[in-house]
Design a protein around this ligand. Structure first.
Ligand code: B12
Length: 534
């Protein structure tokens, strides 16, 4: 049986689909992955139609995060006009809003897709497509009725799954009205891959030990449970040995919610093997309370370059009571000292535009951040009310957002307010300046405003990229070969730091497209059809 797996994401990092395709192929079926970046057109392009007709799949899968809901709805309509092939939706949005998704697909995958897709293809092969499959993890729309089947237990042995490849042979993409095989056109793949394709995105665990009020994990734990599942060191290193064969891969970007969930023994063995066989700089994510000096020291010795750490707010009240995130700022301060001590690049993520936050909370955040060990970099994200989170439920109950808030506004699209700008430049200006400018609106005058706006404009284009580049060079122990390769290979990203953020650019383009089609194709945005449940 043949399965076409489609991503509508703006960039080419499609970990979930790579895992599913690898498993489908390992179990004797065939799979192709097709990237249709941000596709929202009113017609199916002839090149896409021809590609699908040539491949003639038995099943078409569409992967979606919440922001891709309308693209997935649109594409499903377009595919149905031309093909009879059953459609399955999967991914985070199918888990957090299954009732909504099943209205547009024949099946939805309510959990991990690797075994689910294989079971469905086996069922088609053995019993045909007309018999309703009795399979866990699958919801079915049959004669305008929904059949809900129980979620399958999460995959216990992640080591049993085939490895995720950097650039599989069967990965295709739609670009300039043509379909290209990415493996035969790697430059094109790099155009769509984040950071110019210099990073392999790797995941060594599934699950997060935290349950913050704004995060999709609150829904995901109801399907996957709370236990963080981990891969063995050997399994991770074997995947990386393959990836390392591609000369273009300069960094390994570990996407685990917190790399420090691994115990010391695991990290020690990982670092030994990593140094021996891989020896590339790498990036990890950390939760401040879990950062540990011994682990950090081992990781640094093995090539740790960047630590991405969620801070969210400098106010304990906001973190504890609004975000339900029990991470005192004191632990952020301690973690920042350690990250600096080991000369990794500190990259702190903050959430802004929170309607529940007061001006005092925001000023407290700026003052707290100004006390962190320098140099460091920060990124600001708009508080997006993703579906299925406790915070979104609260905001809906309080009637301060509409249910589609997450489709109208992107995380990268922050409000350029006085205090947001001041927070953004906090790592780069003297503390005395921050104290002078960090004041409530009623006590600000024209000089404060002008100074903040001018500093923001200049720093974003000059000081910030310079600090970023210095930090990268320092984290690489000034190894000139690696530094030059980073900035030449990584030029798209490095340069984009000077001009705009690359990820935000594609997200904002997609956002503009959505606004355009909302106006010109209102039928796509009408409310969902009614169907009954069984
Ligand atoms: C890595 C990552 C990214 C990477 C790569 C994403 C990817 N598709 O692989 C990048 C950096 C591109 C990314 C971007 C964004 N991300 Co992100 N990301 C993650 C992260 C940390 C891990 C994802 C992952 O690799 N999981 C491991 C794989 C194996 O699991 P999976 O992707 O869920 O896939 C499995 C199932 O979902 C299912 N499945 C998936 N697709 C399909 C399709 C079919 C047909 C079937 C049957 C099954 C199926 O099977 C897969 C294998 O088991 C998650 C957090 C998390 N823990 O999930 C957030 C997360 C997915 N991201 C999130 C968000 C919000 C974003 C952004 C929108 C943020 C932004 N900038 O505004 C952007 C989107 C950018 C864009 N325009 O495309 C949210 C999504 C929330 C939501 N309700 O949609 C998450 C859940 C973070 C969070 N905790 O809230 N992200």
């Amino acid at each position: 049986m043949k399965c076409l797996l489609i991503s509508l994401q703006a960039n080419a990092y499609v970990a979930g689909l790579k895992y599913i395709a690898a498993q489908v192929r390992a179990r004797g079926h065939d799979a192709k992955i097709l990237l249709l970046p941000g596709y929202l057109e009113p017609e199916l392009h002839p090149a896409i139609e021809d590609f699908i007709r040539d491949y003639d799949p038995d099943l078409t899968g569409i992967s979606l995060m919440s922001i891709e809901f309308y693209s997935a709805k649109n594409l499903s309509y377009l595919l149905r006009e031309k093909f009879q092939t059953p459609i399955i939706w999967g991914g985070v949005h199918a888990i957090v809003k299954p009732e909504e998704c099943i209205k547009y697909a024949d099946y939805i995958c309510y959990g991990e897709g690797e075994n689910t897709v294989v079971s469905l293809l086996d069922h088609f092969r053995d019993k045909g497509k007309d018999l309703v499959p009795a399979l866990p993890n699958i919801w079915i729309r049959h004669n305008e009725t929904v059949i809900k089947q129980d979620a399958a237990p999460p995959i216990a042995e992640l080591d049993h799954l085939p490895y995720q490849e950097y650039l599989p042979q069967y990965y295709y993409g739609f670009h300039n009205n043509k379909i290209y095989n990415f493996a035969s056109a790697p430059r094109l793949f790099r155009k769509y891959a984040l950071y110019g394709g210099t990073c392999h995105m790797m995941i060594t665990t599934r699950g997060c030990p935290f349950n913050c009020g704004y995060c999709a994990n609150a829904s995901l734990v109801s399907v996957y449970g709370r236990k963080v599942r981990e891969r063995s060191v050997e399994n991770c290193i074997e995947e990386l040995k393959e990836v390392r064969k591609d000369d273009f891969v300069l960094y390994i970007n570990f996407q685990d919610d917190c790399f420090f969930v691994h115990n010391k023994e695991w990290i020690k063995r990982f670092c030994e093997e990593y140094k021996k066989h891989i020896n590339l700089p790498f990036i990890v994510r950390a939760i401040p309370t879990m950062l540990d000096k011994e682990k950090l020291s081992l990781l640094k010795d093995a090539g740790l370059s960047i630590v991405v750490m969620g801070v969210q707010s400098g106010s304990d009240h906001v973190n504890f009571n609004i975000y339900d995130r029990k991470v005192p700022f004191a632990t952020v301060k301690n973690a920042a000292v350690l990250i600096s001590e080991f000369k990794a690049v500190p990259y702190y993520e903050m959430i802004v535009d929170n309607p529940y936050e007061t001006e005092e909370n925001m000023m407290e955040t700026i003052s707290a951040m100004s006390r962190l060990t320098r140099p460091y970099t920060i990124s600001l994200a708009h508080l997006t009310f993703f579906p299925g989170t406790p915070l979104t439920q609260k905001a809906l109950d309080d009637k301060i957002i509409n249910p589609e808030a997450y489709l109208n506004r992107y995380m990268v699209d922050i409000d350029y307010t006085y205090l947001n700008k001041l927070l953004y430049i906090t790592p780069y200006i003297p503390k005395s300046f921050i104290n002078l400018l960090n004041r409530p609106s009623k006590s600000r005058n024209l000089t404060h405003s002008l100074l903040t706006h001018v500093l923001f404009f200049i720093i974003k284009r000059t000081v910030e990229p310079a600090v970023y580049m210095f930090l990268i060079a320092r984290s690489l122990n000034y190894n000139m070969n690696q530094v030059i390769r980073t900035f030449s290979g990584y030029w798209r990203s490095a340069l984009s730091k000077l001009l705009f953020n690359y990820l935000s650019k594609s997200d904002l383009q997609y956002s503009k497209k959505l606004t355009y089609f909302r106006k010109h194709r209102p039928s796509l945005f009408e409310s969902d059809p009614h169907i009954t449940e069984k």
